[in-house]
Design a protein around this ligand. Structure first.
Ligand SMILES: [Zn+2]
Ligand SMILES: [Zn+2]
Length: 92
């Protein structure tokens, strides 16, 4: 029943484990891989088996990972400004 910490690879014993997102971490290992901030179980993101705080996760992976098309779509799909008929343009 011993699981292994995905951060340091060492066994995590029941008494000391911090279970989050389906993995068991050491209390000291459950911190943001990028900024080293302490994380609370279930209140963080993870990428490639490494825990990240949501802030770092969004900065590094968020805009591309979660919504790949929304930014490009806004510039393409937005309806262009109403076309002015050629006759009216000539008149003025
Ligand atoms: Zn660990
Ligand atoms: Zn962070």
């Amino acid at each position: 029943m011993i699981s292994y910490c995905p951060v340091c690879g060492k066994p995590v014993y029941f008494a000391e484990r911090k279970r989050s997102l389906g993995k068991d971490y050491h209390p000291l290992c459950l911190k943001c891989y990028h900024c080293k901030r302490q994380l609370s179980p279930g209140q963080h993101a993870e990428h490639d088996d490494k825990p990240y705080c949501t802030h770092c996760y969004l900065q590094r992976f968020g805009p591309r990972g979660t919504r790949p098309s929304s930014t490009t779509r806004s510039s393409f799909g937005a309806s262009p400004s109403p076309k002015v008929p050629a006759e009216i343009r000539k008149g003025s």
